[in-house]
Design a protein around this ligand. Structure first.
Ligand SMILES: Nc1nc2c(ncn2[C@@H]2O[C@H](COP(=O)(O)OP(=O)(O)O)[C@@H](O)[C@H]2O)c(=O)[nH]1
Ligand SMILES: [Mg+2]
Length: 262
C-alpha cells in the first residue's frame, strides 16, 4: 500500500536537514513552494513529501520533479490518513539530524526554515514557528477559523503542560531533533503532530521563531473547515497527554506509543 517513488541515491554522507511535507491536492502550490525551498541557504537537505492520493496532478508533478532533483523523495500513500500520520510516515523516512515540518499550501513561508535550523544548531530541542512570537502574525483569517484556532489552543493548554510553554502550541510549522522522535501508534489520527513532539521533548529547551501566517491562495483547505476538527483535536490532545505520562514512567526506552483503545 505504501510505495516510495524511488530508492534514495546513496551519495555518502546524508543530509543534515530533512524537510517533511504532507500533501493532499496541492498541485497549485507545490511548484512555487519547492522552488522557494530549493533556493534556501541551508546545510545539505532533503525534502520528503507524503501524498495521500491526490487527484489533481500533485503525484505526476512530484514524480517529474524527482527526475531532475534527487534531493526530493515522494512517498505515495493511498488514501487520506490525516496530517498526523502522513507527517509521521514522512519523518520515519528522514535521514537528517534536524527535521522541519510545514504545510505545503504556502501558508507557512519556507524562508523561516534557515532561522529555525539555526535554533536547533544552537541546541534547542524543538523550535516552533509561531504566529504570536516577535515578527509573527496570524494574518487575516475568517472569524470561524480564528475561533477554531483559539479553541484548539485552549484545549491544548488545559491538558498539556508543554503546550503552556510555547506561544503557538497548535502551529503546524515546527522543527526538532530527529533522534527524539518515537513512531506513533499507526491507529492515531489527528492534525497537530507538534503536541506529540513537545511531549517527546519534555525537559528540553523550546525555542520560537515568528512567522506570518499567509492566506491560502490556491487549492482548498481540508482541515480547519468544520467543527469535526475540534473533536479529533480533543482526542489527539488526550493521546499526547497519555504519551507524556508513559514517557514520565519510562523515560529513556524507545517503544511504540500507547494503545489508543486501551
Ligand atoms: N498527506 C496528507 N496531507 C494532508 C491531509 N490533510 C491535509 N493535508 C495537507 O496538510 C497541509 C495542511 O492542510 P490544510 O488543509 O491547508 O489545513 P488548514 O490550513 O489547517 O485548513 C496541506 O499541505 C495539505 O495538503 C491528509 O489527510 N493527508
Ligand atoms: Mg492550510
Amino acid at each position: 500500500m505504501i510505495r516510495t517513488e524511488a530508492a534514495p541515491i546513496d551519495r555518502g554522507p546524508g543530509p543534515t536537514v530533512s524537510i517533511v511535507l504532507a500533501t493532499l491536492n496541492e498541485r497549485g502550490n507545490l511548484p512555487e513552494l519547492l522552488d522557494r525551498i530549493f533556493r534556501l541557504n541551508l546545510p545539505p537537505f532533503e525534502v520528503i513529501v507524503v501524498d495521500d492520493g491526490s487527484t489533481d496532478g500533485t503525484r505526476e508533478f512530484l514524480s517529474e520533479y524527482r527526475r531532475r532533483e534527487d534531493r526530493i523523495r515522494p512517498i505515495f500513500h493511498d488514501g487520506k490518513q490525516t496530517t498526523l500520520r502522513a507527517q509521521g510516515q514522512g519523518i520515519e523516512a528522514t535521514r537528517g539530524e534536524f527535521v522541519i515540518v510545514l504545510d505545503a499550501d504556502l501558508q507557512h513561508p519556507p524562508e523561516r526554515i534557515p532561522p529555525m535550523v539555526q535554533e536547533l544548531e544552537k541546541g534547542a530541542g524543538v523550535v516552533v514557528a509561531s504566529r504570536y512570537a516577535p515578527g509573527g502574525s496570524p494574518g487575516t483569517r475568517t472569524v470561524f477559523r480564528a475561533m477554531i484556532s483559539r479553541a484548539a489552543e485552549g484545549i491544548a493548554r488545559a491538558f498539556l503542560r508543554e503546550a503552556r510553554e510555547v506561544s503557538d502550541p497548535v502551529s503546524g510549522y515546527f522543527g526538532f531533533r530527529r533522534e527524539i522522535f518515537l513512531p506513533l501508534d499507526p491507529r492515531y489520527r489527528g492534525y497537530k503532530l507538534l503536541l506529540f513532539i513537545l511531549v517527546m521533548n519534555r525537559g528540553r529547551r523550546f525555542s520560537e521563531v515568528g512567522f506570518r501566517f499567509e492566506p491560502r491562495t490556491r487549492g482548498a483547505s481540508k482541515v480547519t473547515q468544520t467543527f469535526a476538527f475540534v473533536r479529533v483535536f480533543l482526542i489527539e490532545t488526550l493521546l499526547a497527554r497519555r504519551l507524556g505520562r508513559v514517557l514520565q514512567r519510562e523515560p529513556v526506552t524507545r517503544r511504540p506509543t500507547p494503545d489508543p483503545t486501551g
